[in-house]
Design a protein around this ligand. Structure first.
Ligand code: ADP
Length: 497
């Protein structure tokens, strides 16, 4: 079997998959969300590594398999989250700064003025945003005493979470692998999307010494053996993919034109565009989807939406409307429609396709008629409308209309949402039997590299449909509802000044 570690924003999982891609073991642990100030989100890197060790130990202890049955280990991770540590002691100099964190607004404004949005986009495929790693590295070097001098002296290392875990897993006798893969590197705002190398000019502009950057490997490639003296010692580490790219791979979106949408804390829609990076004129990100060994890299267009499932969490935790996330469906089913109520969850601005840091959330259309059922419904609909915005941008950029959408992630268990999604897109929505596509994608990448699976054809054959939701709403109604959504979004813009 193959093991995958999925180090996500809220938890760390280890899942074991057999040759048929079936799940045969799983262990999961949540970690602390550290929020020292509004807009700041951190994780403790030591806790992420400790939890990774725990889930690896637990899953191998609980399953009927021995570590010697593990053909390879793959890693998938929350992307962009940034860690800087001492190469001798392994001690982080600061907490991990999480992708959601907006503290680098000032650095991003300076970059926009000094280098310009156009140039950064041309090199990296990304808009300038607090979302990406480069400005987070700059923030740590600027704010942790002595960090810049130590980084320039070659004493500090940078890594996204994949790099941090790989370094720790392979560390022994003062040596460790300092490596990332092309998908994670493509989210730093420091990598040239075509040469797949660090861009010296951007590193200089952000004040990031190149000596602290990891080597960039393929997503599916033998990297080295685990040297941590735990239950997986000696297992080949052979795959790394950022979580959304891993889900794309796990969904077998392996041909140009194939797309998947993951519904988790946020939503991430990726469209495979083949071996040539497709530039976006409509607010999408150009990113590396995956690279297998020495083959040409495969690119994707991506639409990232910050708040979807986390709006459901907000109904649960901040408003106390529901006891748990799945209960939102029953509450939404107490009403027939949204009653004219819309929620736009621009909690920390809007990402794709609008990129508006000045937006803040609204609930509009309130009358005395509105019940908590309408609020629940509006919360679910917000996910579907935001997805339609991204799909429209993708259609415009790629010049072809999406004909069906593969979905995965925690929210896809919600049939009401899936049906409404198909209705509001006018496109069928297909849910596979295995919805843990993120871990599966990392397992596929690792298994391919060691010959556990022979080719991507096998991966395609393992994909199985659970259910397809076909659109049943009239085009007229779809357009009317969506136009009101846009009216609601207009009311969020410019709120934060
Ligand atoms: P992540 O990997 O980002 O942590 P998951 O894929 O585990 O996310 O999905 C969890 C998210 O999905 C949570 O934000 C939760 O609120 C939401 N969620 C889970 N189940 C449902 C459901 N049945 N209906 C709506 N939202 C749900």
């Amino acid at each position: 079997m193959v093991a995958a570690v999925d180090q996500g924003t809220t938890s760390t999982r280890c899942i074991l998959f057999d040759r048929e891609g079936e799940r045969v073991g799983m262990s999961q642990l949540e970690h602390r969300q550290i929020m020292p100030r509004p807009g700041w989100v951190e994780h403790d890197p030591r806790e992420l590594w400790a939890n990774t060790r725990r889930v690896l130990a637990d899953v191998t202890a609980e399953s009927e398999y021995a570590a010697s049955d593990i053909a390879a280990l793959g890693i998938t991770n929350q992307r962009e989250t940034t860690i800087v540590w001492d190469r001798e002691t392994g001690e982080p100099v600061y907490n991990a700064i999480v992708w959601q964190d907006t503290r680098t607004t000032g650095i991003c404004e300076r970059l926009a003025a000094e280098i310009g949005e156009e140039r950064i986009n041309r090199v990296t495929g990304l808009p300038i945003s607090t979302y990406f790693s480069g400005p987070k590295i700059a923030w740590i070097l600027d704010h942790v005493e002595g960090a810049r001098e130590r980084a320039e002296a070659g004493e500090l290392l940078f890594g996204t979470v994949d790099t941090w875990l790989t370094w720790n897993l392979t560390r022994r006798d003062g040596k460790a692998l300092h490596v990332t893969d092309v998908t994670n590197a493509s989210r730093t705002m420091l990598m040239n999307l075509e040469t797949l190398e660090w861009d010296r000019e951007l590193c200089a502009a952000m004040g990031v010494p190149p000596a602290m950057l990891p080597a960039i490997a393929s997503s599916s490639q033998y990297l080295g053996k685990v040297r941590w003296a735990g239950p997986v010692a000696g297992v080949p580490l052979a795959g790394i993919l950022g979580d959304q790219q891993a889900a794309t791979f796990g969904q077998a979106c392996l041909e140009p034109g194939e797309a998947k949408n993951t519904y988790g804390t946020g939503n991430f829609l990726l469209l495979n565009t083949g071996t040539v990076p497709q530039r976006s004129d409509h607010g999408l990100i150009t990113t590396v989807a995956y690279r297998i060994g020495e083959e040409l890299p495969v690119y994707a267009l991506e639409g990232s939406i910050a708040v979807t499932g986390s709006l459901v969490q907000w109904l649960r935790d901040n408003l106390g409307l529901i006891p748990d996330a799945p209960s939102v469906e029953a509450l939404a089913r107490t009403v027939d429609d949204n009653g004219g109520c819309y929620i736009v969850p621009a909690f920390s601005g809007l990402l794709a396709p609008r990129w508006r840091p000045d937006a803040r959330g609204v609930i509009v259309g309130l009358t005395r008629y509105i019940t908590k059922g309408h609020i629940a419904r509006a919360a679910l609909e917000a996910t579907a409308y935001q997805t339609r915005e991204v799909v429209e941008a993708m259609d415009a950029d790629s010049g072809v209309s999406l004909t069906s959408l593969r979905v995965d992630g925690g929210m896809t268990g919600n049939d009401l949402l899936m049906q409404f999604q198909a209705d509001i897109l006018g496109v069928s929505v297909t849910r596979p039997t295995i919805t843990e596509t993120t871990a599966l994608g990392a397992a596929y990448a690792a298994g391919l590299a060691v010959g556990f699976w022979e080719s991507t054809d096998e991966i395609r054959e393992m994909w199985r449909e659970d259910r397809t939701f076909a659109p049943s709403m009239s085009a007229e109604q779809r357009d009317r509802l969506y136009a009101r959504w846009d009216d609601a979004v207009q009311r969020t813009l410019g709120w934060e000044r």
